[in-house]
Design a protein around this ligand. Sequence first.
Ligand SMILES: [Zn+2]
Length: 453
Amino acid sequence: MNETILIENGTILDGNGAPPVQGSVLIRGGKIVAVGAGAGPGPGPEAVRRIDATGQTVMPGLIDAHCHLSFDDAGSNAEIFHQRRDALSALVAAYNAKKLLRAGVTGFLDPDSTFENMLDLRDAIEAGVTAGPRMACGAYALITGVGGTAGRLIADEGVTGYYKVVNSRDEIVREVRRQVKIGVDWIKVHVTGIIPRQAQRGEVCVWTADELKLLCDTAHDLNTPVMGHCRGADATKLAAETGFDLIFHATGMDDAALQAVIDRKVPLAPAFTLQANIVDYGDRLGTDRELVALFEREITDSADTIKAAYRAGVPLLCGSESGFSLVPYGDWHWKELEVFVRYFDMSPLEAIRCATAEGARALRMEGRVGQLTPGFEADILCVQGRVDRDLSLLGDSDNIRRVFLAGVEQDLTPLPPRKPIPGWRLAGMGSMLTREVALRGPQAEPFTVEELH
Ligand SMILES: [Zn+2]
């Protein structure tokens, strides 16, 4: 923490969108104290550790605004709801947190967790008990009795997996206050859910405006922001109007929803990485082509409104939705940046800004992390090559040469491989051996995005 470090000869990206500059970054007491061509320790007798970053990009660490570290790359909600154990899932999450560090993630927001145990991981990381990125987290995601995105798997009341049902105004107030007491950084709400019998409508808003307003007012009175999972125009509009501080997904906005988001400049985290992975690798997973097209349409149908929000000054944050098997920890935290470039017409520098300076909002640390600016926390990556020219460099862990968290260099040696944990995954009999499969080979597995959140 007290080491003075000079990272020299790198290409510096400040995280705030400024053009790259060649130069140095000086770190002292865990903070950035000087950046640029002339940055240096001064003439005094101070001991300085010099690091040569020739050929490397020096940039702020990535901040993943949507990563479920208690889910452990689950293949389904059923696995998360029924196969996980409290202490063990927290221990496994501690292992996975180290994967994030090795992938250049120095901060992330965990929206909701089984057993609410990511609060424990956050506190353990902050206390130095185990290594991991900076963490902000919610607890159980609040839903109404209508449900969330797992249909009848969710009990009518109480807790199921990462969900908690609140069935009355009293329960809303009581649960928000309880979560604040146990130490959440955010309250997570599933504003939309899927009604199995009405699945053709897609996700629908399962709250009234009054209920959302009560929830936000209760949380805000206790200095706690609210984040919501919203698909569809009605839910996004309601969330923006009732005071939500961060909206995930925000797909399918109409003009009114877009205006509500713009009026209040509510940050959005689309978290399209999972869909983009299906688009890019669906053929390798054996995903049906029509389903791949459906996933791509979820991105393209919403690209214009999300772009319009961004152009009107709405912050966009990068979230990976890691925690599910389609976005395993450590591999895809960078990919949302590429999605922003490909589908939202951003420059790489703009996308980097979303994943760093803007990402700080997810940690509730705006103006303190996410930029290489004097006075900021020294959360820094040294990446081989020019990241501003090729964002995919971030995807290869061999390129992540150094990671600093509050000025402390992190251990990037490969993790020892894990062995299977008994009873951890949801057992299945595998694909159905229909006569069609017997004659023609494997068919695409049925899979719907509504299952995920
Ligand atoms: Zn999620």
